[in-house]
Write a protein that binds this ligand. Structure first.
Ligand code: GDP
Ligand code: MG
Length: 806
């Protein structure tokens, strides 16, 4: 996965014999870059492939008039562009006018003191240099940091994107890219998922490390929550081990100041060897300075040269001795430093990092290295009475502790509890926590229905009015039927629910951004344990109320595979917003007085079923061994109304988009099936002899025991593409002379059974696709299809029989 802005850039390793390239940048870790540059691979110089046989390693190159050989791995870390492009860029961006002043190789300034001692450039070389220089103004920056430290807020500020911001871990499940221009540089920003470390245990950690290693961003932007330095800097120490170009954003600096704490970050950056910039990303404070610093670090400018150094996080004498022994063994390989610094490899294999152990496959003395490692691991265990994994972790925390002791002073805490603690005492308390949670949920559903009723009525009458006007203006025939019954009635019936959906989303955003969602997960943790899951599964499940697709993707934050699989499989039982219009329609018609309560019960029913299924799956399919984990409770934050509204509107836009695409097409197909082949002017007769009725009658026998007619069967069938289509289909099938006649046809019990069926059966094509992607196999996707269909039938049957008295 390369960022798009480098499409014209290729790696030196990709060139064939006889081809030439102009060097733009050298990627990789500091030690590697230094060595390659010393060999003469300098920005703006032309390299020619002298000889490259297929599969042959190393490759012979010509540069600065002499021949050198590089391994493919090394060459793959050198980015080049074609000579033509370099000339073109030089022409386009900074055409030199006037007299040409020769500059010396390897430096950007004309007339520096080395001019006479080092070979000078010709006019042509100078053009290539300027072209390469222009190209190198494309900087890829990866945002790495703990969950909830403000990465996405910072990303949004900088790139002007509208990514979702949340106050709990697990909102960003995939990398998002954004672009920005600043001071003549073109930045590609990558917002990575939040991680506490990069040890390749969870899918997040693997993803972050993979991006760092394979995409080789030019600069790592380590975002740090300044109000929680000790924990956040742990990840920093791991990044330091990798020896990459890095800048630290001391984000949430406002919170540090508010607490009255003082941080001498000038000293801390010297101690860690990484430039730091205090930022408050939500208020745009420090962002410009941050990007100035990123440019400085990238260009290796004078201003940061006093700070940047590759420090070795000191792990104490015992571990350090082991590290250097392993490192020595690694150094015996000529290709030891191609990809990682040997120190990093040594530290990681000492911690038995399986992925980094694979790097050793390229080394001839792999067995010997592992033998030394095993010996050293034993020695550490004997001396420190702890596993090397833990000992190294402790040492890193010790290092941070030391660094902070010199630079950080805690302010006087006001006596008593902080506001967050006070709120938490009640909200996550033993007695009130759960009732408060339930009441909050209930109120949200009530608000969704009652508040939403007004705009809903307006839209409804608007759609009715439009249908009448258009209907009276057109002459009878299939085209009128298509426009009035198909498009206006069908699509309008779905559009009506936009206000409800916006309201529900507003509340979900509010819970996420304020920090209450994390408390909800915390409260649910105890309950989740009962069904073989833990609190971490709660957030993806909660997100399922919005849409099951991102919710299934959000399960990536669950480290334990079994817990993850179960969470994915039960996620479709969380009633997504596409199903809400169906409940709103039926509950509104059949239970007008208690619609909010009915809908609340349906959602609750989905949750209970999910619990049951989780329990069943964890007993039968997956033996979920519980991994201990810490549920993080970020401090409460008052979200800005602007970001809440933006978030809500983003969702609303997605809904409108879906209406204009999938739902419109689905509605039209269903309409055509309902109109043809009979085309009878009498609607009832036409429907009865339509293709739709034929299909409905065909599947009806299966659903007949539930009390469903062919109309319901067809509606359910049409809902497989997107569940909103169920509503538009029902509207079409049950609207006679502009009147919804559904209450004459169904009974309340059957309406309930139908709602239960839509809650449970086949989520939608997109969700099934997401399940396939996340579980990695069609098997589980198909399994979900089957189990939800069977379960829907059983539950709907029970509901239709038990509520027959209504
Ligand atoms: P991410 O998980 O690292 O992407 O973090 P987010 O960008 O989603 O932010 C988490 C929460 O912290 C949100 O509620 C933000 O509004 C809030 N936040 C982000 N940056 C700052 C900051 O600099 N100061 C304060 N006080 N809050 C911030
Ligand atoms: Mg984020």
């Amino acid at each position: 996965m390369r960022s798009e802005n480098v499409e014209s850039m290729s790696r030196l390793s990709e060139l064939n014999t006889g081809e030439k390239g102009v060097i733009v940048k050298i990627l990789g870790h500091g030690g590697f870059r230094k060595r390659i540059i010393e060999m003469g691979f300098i920005q703006g110089k032309t390299v020619e492939v002298v000889h490259r046989a297929p599969l042959q390693d190393p490759v012979e190159y010509q540069i600065l008039g002499y021949h050198v050989s590089l391994r493919l791995k090394e060459a793959s870390q050198i980015e080049v562009i074609s000579v033509e492009e370099a000339e073109h860029l030089a022409q386009e961006h900074n055409p030199k006018t006037g007299n040409f002043v020769p500059t010396c190789i390897g430096c950007k300034e004309a007339g520096c003191k080395f001019r006479d001692s080092i070979q000078q450039t010709t006019q042509e070389e100078d053009a290539l240099y300027r072209g390469a220089r222009e190209k190198s103004k494309e900087i890829t920056v990866a945002l790495v940091g703990n969950p909830n430290c403000g990465k996405t807020s910072l990303f949004n500020r900088a790139s002007g994107s509208h990514q979702r911001v949340g106050n709990y871990s697990g909102v960003t499940v995939d990398a998002v890219k954004g672009k920005m221009y600043y001071k003549g540089y073109r930045f590609t920003l990558i917002d990575l998922p939040g991680t506490y470390s990069i040890s390749a245990y969870s899918p997040e950690e693997k993803y972050v490390r993979h991006t760092i290693i394979h995409d080789k961003p030019d600069v790592i932007l380590n975002v740090v929550d300044s109000s929680n330095l000790e924990r956040n800097l742990f990840l920093t120490t791991q990044l330091i081990d990798m020896n990459l170009k890095m800048v630290i954003a001391l984000n949430m600096y406002d919170e540090l100041e508010e607490k009255g704490d003082v941080l001498d970050y000038g000293e801390l950056e010297r101690l860690l060897g990484v430039p730091m910039v205090p930022t408050v990303s939500v208020k745009n404070r420090g962002i410009a300075t941050l990007f100035d610093t990123i440019i400085d670090v990238y260009e290796e400018n004078e201003s940061v040269s006093g700070i940047i150094k590759h420090i070795h996080v000191n792990h104490g004498p015992v571990i350090e001795k082991s590290i250097s022994r392993i490192r020595e063994e690694i150094y015996k390989n000529p290709n030891a430093t191609d990809e990682f610094t040997p120190r990093y490899v040594a530290i990681r294999i000492l911690q038995r990092d399986k992925e980094i152990e694979k790097v050793l496959d390229n080394f001839s003395n792999k067995d010997e290295i592992l033998r030394v490692r095993d010996g050293e691991a034993l020695a550490i265990e004997k001396e420190l009475h702890d596993s090397p994994e833990n000992a190294i972790m402790d040492a890193k925390y010790g290092f941070i502790d030391g660094a902070l002791r010199e630079t950080y002073r805690r302010g006087e805490r006001k006596p008593g509890k902080t506001l967050t603690e006070k709120i938490d005492n009640i909200v996550t308390g033993r007695w009130l926590g759960f009732p408060i949670f339930l009441i909050a949920m209930y109120l949200i559903f009530q608000a969704t229905f009652t508040l939403g009723q007004y705009p809903m009525d307006w839209i409804d009458s608007g759609v009715g009015w439009l249908g009448e006007r258009v209907g009276s203006a057109m002459s009878d025939g299939w085209f009128k039927a298509l426009v009035v019954d198909g498009i206006i009635t069908g699509v309008g019936g779905v559009l009506v629910f936009l206000p409800n959906i916006l309201i529900l989303f507003f509340f979900i955003s509010l819970m996420e951004a304020s920090g209450y969602m994390a408390r909800a997960a915390f409260i649910m943790d105890r309950l989740m344990h009962l069904i073989g899951l833990h609190g971490r599964s709660f957030i993806p499940l909660m997100m399922g109320f919005g849409c099951n697709v991102p919710a299934v993707m959000a399960t990536r934050t669950i480290e334990n595979r079994n817990a993850r699989m179960i969470t994915i499989l039960i996620n479709p039982l969380m009633s997504c917003n596409a199903r809400l219009p169906i409940y709103l329609l039926l509950a509104g018609v059949f239970f007008p007085k208690s619609a909010g309560l009915v809908i609340f019960c349906i959602y609750l029913g989905g949750v209970l079923l999910a619990g049951l299924m989780a329990k069943l799956f964890s007993k039968v399919l997956f033996n979920s061994d519980e991994t201990p984990f810490v549920m993080e409770l970020p401090p409460y934050r008052i979200p800005t109304l602007k970001s809440l509204l933006r978030d809500t509107w983003d969702k609303g836009k997605q809904y409108l988009h879906k209406i204009a695409t999938v739902i419109l097409i689905g509605t039209l197909i269903v309409w055509a099936l309902s109109y043809f082949p009979s085309c009878d002017p009498d609607p009832a007769a036409r429907l009865e002899h339509s293709w739709l009725a034929a299909i409905g009658n065909f599947i009806s026998p299966v659903l007949a025991p539930l009390g469903f007619h062919w109309q319901e069967s067809v509606s359910l069938l049409s809902g497989m593409a997107a569940k909103e289509i169920v509503v538009s289909t029902m509207n079409m099938l049950y609207t006679v002379d502009g009147q919804l006649i559904i209450s004459n046809v169904l009974t309340p019990a059957i309406a309930l059974a139908f709602m239960a069926f839509t809650l449970i059966y086949f989520p939608c094509v997109a969700t099934i696709g997401a399940i396939k992607t996340e579980t990695g196999s069609w098997k589980w996707a198909l399994f979900t299809v089957c189990y939800t269909l069977v379960l829907a039938w059983i539950v709907a049957f029970i509901v239709s029989k038990s509520f027959a008295f209504l």
